[in-house]
Ligand binder design. Sequence first.
Ligand SMILES: [Zn+2]
Length: 241
Amino acid sequence: MKSFPDADASSLDEILSNNRKWVEEKKAADPEFFHNLSKGQKPRYLFIGCSDSRVPASAITGTGPGEMFVHRNIANLVVHSDLNLLSVLQYAVEVLGVKDIMVVGHYGCGGVAAAASNKQFGLIDNWLTNIKDVVRLHETEFTGIADKDQQLRRLVELNVIEQVRNLTKTNVIQSALQRPNPPRLHGLVYDINDGLLHNLNVETSAAINEFQHIYGIEDVKHAEQVAEQAQQGKVSQGADL
Ligand SMILES: [Zn+2]
């Protein structure tokens, strides 16, 4: 039977050394830095990005500890059956009260490129099917772009737009829209060639509201009234809510 390789003490030396250096720097700038952070978190942002090592959430946004809640997966997908994403989203919105949620894609995304191909990669193919669905939704535009690089760049953008739309379909966001000051949703693309983040202005486009008649939920007050009437026997069971 094969055993796990022995942990080589030196393999983590650099990481631990970097950590100690960072701690000293933070303490030098603010002796109370870690004490203050230990009291709790109230981040303003939720970042949903790709797992790609070239897209470090804090570094590209200039945010520090305590400022941004983060969820990352391959190709920054918002999948309705992904309990991990949904748990992060619910906690961020309903407990932490984040003000801005950003889906951040990036040009040169391997996941997007893999999905655009017809090659097999194993288990991950099932995950990447979500991006193939984006191609299907935008097939005319996608196939109309002759240049392959441009085609992939556009697919990265379309994928971000669709993932922001997917956020709006969740009960977490739909419920938040019923309350004052719901979080704002943003779609961004990071360019690994020059380090710049670009705002796709998804929120200000019709992209979010376009399908609200399908995914939106009824006004809470109305639903409460109907429930109250049902309790008083004024509406028969199974009434159309
Ligand atoms: Zn990626």
